[in-house]
Design a binder for this molecule. Structure first.
Ligand code: SAH
Ligand code: SF4
Ligand code: F3S
Length: 441
């Protein structure tokens, strides 16, 4: 009987972290591990962490605390903490949780063989939070979660230093992957019947700025658009300050590039945007939205927004509500400002009380819900093309879900297995977040 090592991995945070976990699992499978969903059956526990807001960090510390019991009853189990919180907290994690065995940061994600072989045979704690420079994913084994849609990191890190944000400190400076490396990866995904690629970067619009080859994000999209077999190209995130007219033209002209732009606004107040170091004001943002809508038909625009940034007055918040009413986003991810020690905004004195922040959050959520309801209602009766990517979560037999080009989730029933297919669905009913429809033959 061969004895297989079992890995339990839990991932927090953004798509970049989800994709990093796919690389972690890919490497560990080559080292003889298989994954388990049952933490009690594992002999290696990895938490791939996030620290963008304090709440997620608290949740992770509390989970680490609970794992102590498992370590007490099974001392051979190894516990590792990786991801952004590992980089932010470093040795503090050992101090707060001495039962943690090892820590590595996001730039060590391509180094699992060395890390695991070191910690397995060592009885001291191990930490690897080295430099993010010269990071490479080339030829790295990967175990993708989906066989239909594949995440592709086109760049890592961030140079923008928004005053509230920890990401530049956890993921280091921007580093773009070479064009030929990305193209060869996507070509091989197409050969393996992948239908969609989802390009990832903290700020995809600055793709190529750090490469010696002269290449822009638009150019990369054009090259990817020519790859046979791939039907859809998505990307996130775009920073408004770098959103070029050239990119608008490319999205319009490349038919595989989906009609969806995620463009974080963060605030509707120019005063707050300035304090956030976002490098645009609200007029500039509104103008991009206008250009996008004038040029690309049927485009969905989604956003990230924050309430309660230090110094945000009632008037500033009204500016955010006002911008939301004028723009009418398809969807918005709404956050309460969270103080992050590493980020400059933590030094700003005028903190907004939690009660006020919560009140503003709910006002904004309610407004957005009204807007999303209205936008989705208009789709009732329409026939939309859907890439089927999931069996319904509710486990109702033959219920599938997929997404339209402009990123609406559509739930419908089909007779045979439709996973991975592009189908036409007539929308019968809508909610602010989901559309329900009937499959058209
Ligand atoms: N690189 C992306 C997203 C980074 S994090 C971008 O530039 O848009 C995702 C979102 O989390 C951000 O857009 C922001 O709205 C939110 N966020 C980041 N730091 C935060 C903080 N300290 N408190 C609350 N929300 C935060
Ligand atoms: Fe954070 Fe701003 Fe960089 Fe986004 S662009 S990751 S919000 S610093
Ligand atoms: Fe979180 Fe790091 Fe992503 S802080 S949002 S996991 S880049």
């Amino acid at each position: 009987m061969t004895y297989r090592q079992k890995l339990y991995i839990r991932t927090f945070g953004c798509q970049m972290n989800v994709n990093d976990s796919e690389y972690i699992v890919g490497q560990l499978e080559q080292l003889g591990y298989s994954t388990t969903e049952d933490i009690l059956k594992s002999n290696l526990i990895l938490l791939n962490t996030c620290c963008v807001r304090a709440k997620v960090e608290q949740k992770i510390y509390s989970l680490i605390g609970k794992i102590k019991k498992i370590k007490e009853s099974k001392p051979d189990v190894l516990l590792g903490i990786c991801g952004c919180m590992a980089q932010k907290e470093k040795e503090n994690i050992f101090e707060r949780a001495p039962h943690v065995d090892f820590i590595f940061n996001p730039s060590q994600v391509n180094n699992l063989e060395k890390i695991i072989n070191t910690v397995k045979y060592s009885d001291t704690k191990y930490i690897s939070c080295g430099d993010a420079l010269k990071f490479s994913l080339k030829h790295l084994p990967i175990k993708r979660e989906s066989k239909i849609s594949a995440w592709i990191q086109i760049m890592r890190g961030c140079n923008n230093y928004c005053s509230y944000c920890v990401v530049p400190y956890t993921r280091g400076p921007e580093q773009s992957r070479g064009v030929s490396e990305i193209l060869s990866e996507v070509n091989s995904l197409a050969q393996n019947k992948y239908k969609e690629i989802f390009l990832l970067g903290q700020n995809v619009n600055s793709y190529g700025n750090d490469l010696s080859q002269s290449v822009t994000f638009s150019k990369l999209l054009e090259l990817l658009n020519d790859i046979n077999g791939i039907e859809r190209i998505r990307f996130t995130t775009s920073h408004p300050k770098d959103f070029s007219f050239d990119l608008i033209k490319t999205i319009k002209n490349c038919h595989k590039v989906c009609n969806h732009i995620h463009l974080p606004i963060q605030s509707g107040s120019s005063k707050i945007l300035n304090m956030m170091n976002r490098k645009y004001d609200i007029d500039y943002y509104m103008n991009i939205i206008k250009e996008i809508r004038n040029n690309i038909e049927n485009i969905a625009i989604t956003t990230d927004v924050m309430v309660g940034f230090p110094g945000e007055t009632e008037e500033d918040f009204m500016d955010t509500l006002d911008a939301f009413k004028k723009i009418e986003f398809d969807e918005a991810y709404t956050f309460i400002y969270s103080n992050r020690e590493n980020a400059i905004a933590s030094l700003l004195p005028e903190k907004v009380p939690l009660g006020v922040k919560k009140e503003r959050l709910w006002k904004l959520i309610d407004l957005q819900k009204e807007i999303s309801t209205k936008i989705n209602k208009k789709l009732e009766g329409k026939i939309l093309e859907v890439l089927v990517d999931k069996k319904s979560k509710k486990h109702i037999e033959n219920q599938f879900s997929g997404r339209t080009g402009n990123n609406k989730t559509v739930v419908f029933t089909g007779k045979q297995n439709l996973l991975g297919q592009l189908v036409k669905v007539k929308i019968i009913k809508s909610s602010p977040w989901t559309l329900y429809g009937e499959l058209i033959k």
